[in-house]
Design a protein around this ligand. Structure first.
Ligand SMILES: O=C(O)CCC(=O)C(=O)O
Length: 303
């Protein structure tokens, strides 16, 4: 069977698959070609900030680094999770006043701007980011949401470019958060073979589907690499949180409803209040091995 599949693939005899794109029913973008690009590839790079705007945010990033003195910073870290509340507040203010106002250049009135963080990629080998998918905060059976990654310096091979796995937003792992064990963690090394690097200019935006598998290799320069990540969802999509802990039954993911206030202040590791619980879901997405990864990658290539 394996050889029949292999020969079919080699000669391109695979029957075309009908992809269900129904969750992309809401266009969040001023330029609708971005939605087409996002649907097919899972990500899209667009121009976003002017050089003076990049400079102002870069100055804030340097201030955040100063504020983090004394904190452990050899691993990749994000300002939104810093134990230093002053630092968190400074970062939030900066994004509210210097970043959020520019988002309507890209997004239309159907989009809700949820919040973001500065990302600090230190010049250490611990600063790498293994392949992962970001948290799902909408019901991805019905809707999609995006993260907006904006580097504040030009990106090249030495400072940790973002690698995106084309088509991986269609693989079907829908229940994700920092506390739900990641379904593809057994194939981290294999996933590294499927990424495409995005060599971006400072201030460009990589808009990616929350379900996209992505990673960044270590920053081998002498300086921390600054970037911002910002979460945007359709206004019409309820805000959700997927959760597991010791109390969660085996094979289940718990779904909770979140308010915007909860999203802004929650520590993301504690069990949310019972009153917010929606339902238990069987975590049925396909786990992948080397062979099934090769197949699923091929199945969702449209370039
Ligand atoms: O900035 C980076 O190196 C990676 C960021 C990332 O993967 C994320 O925010 O999900």
């Amino acid at each position: 069977m394996y050889w029949i599949d292999k020969i079919k693939q080699l000669f391109g005899f695979e029957a075309p698959v009908a992809i269900n794109y129904s969750r992309y029913h809401t266009n969040l973008f001023e330029d609708p070609t971005i939605l087409e690009c996002l649907k097919r590839n899972g990500y899209c790079v667009v121009p976003f900030l002017q050089p003076t705007e990049v400079k102002a945010l870069h100055d804030d990033f340097l201030h955040i680094l100063k504020m983090s003195e004394g904190q452990r910073t050899d691993f990749f870290w994000v300002s939104a999770f810093s134990p230093n509340m002053d630092l968190r507040q400074f970062s939030k203010n900066s994004l509210e006043t210097r970043f959020k106002d520019f988002l309507p250049r890209i997004f239309n009135e159907q989009a809700e701007f949820m919040g973001g963080t500065f990302l600090v990629k230190p010049p250490t080998k611990e600063g790498k980011n293994d392949p992962h998918q970001d948290s799902a905060h909408v019901d991805e059976a019905k809707d999609y949401s995006v993260y907006c990654w904006v580097p504040l310096i030009d990106i090249n091979d030495t400072n940790g470019p973002m690698y995106a796995i084309n088509g991986s937003h269609l693989w079907g792992n829908r229940y994700r958060s920092t506390v739900v064990p990641w379904l593809y963690k057994n194939i981290l090394d294999e996933l590294l073979n499927y990424g495409t690097p995005a060599y971006m200019k400072a201030g460009e935006m990589l808009i990616f589907d929350s379900a996209l598998v992505h990673f960044t290799p270590p920053n081998t320069t002498n300086e921390p690499r600054p970037a911002i990540n910002y979460f945007v969802k359709p206004k019409s999509s309820p805000l959700l949180y997927y959760f597991t802990d010791k109390e969660t039954p085996e094979g289940i993911v718990e779904e909770f409803a979140l308010s915007k206030e909860f999203y802004d202040t929650y520590d993301w590791f504690s069990r949310p209040p019972d009153a917010l619980k929606i339902r238990n879901l069987p975590n049925t997405a396909v786990t992948l091995d080397k062979n099934s990864l090769r197949k699923i990658y091929k199945k969702f290539q449209f370039r």
